[in-house]
Design a protein around this ligand. Sequence first.
Ligand code: SF4
Ligand code: F3S
Length: 104
Amino acid sequence: TYIVGDACIKCKYTDCVEVCPVDCFYEGENMLVIHPDECIDCGVCEPECPADAIKPDTEPGLEKYAELNAKYAAEWPNITVKKDPLPEAEEFDGVENKLESYFS
Ligand code: SF4
Ligand code: F3S
């Protein structure tokens, strides 16, 4: 599966949802997540994210985000249509370790 990581938090550009063939993105207030049981590992979303937030789960160090994606994909609503990024997206693009302070 692919995973939405820290870089999405407070940016939420939503370009990713437009290209997913199985519509497996789910939306929280400050980030999106991918449903691990629905993602077919096609990889087309990875280059679409302007914040470079999407990675395959084979990359090291993503365990925390893998858990978060699985947990919240079961709770948050599905999103399939692109919308405006968060107003603070540019300010937070490139900021590291946003999870503890800004996740919601
Ligand atoms: Fe959707 Fe493919 Fe990205 Fe998985 S890898 S979330 S199926 S676009
Ligand atoms: Fe987030 Fe990137 Fe999609 S910032 S909403 S993973 S395009």
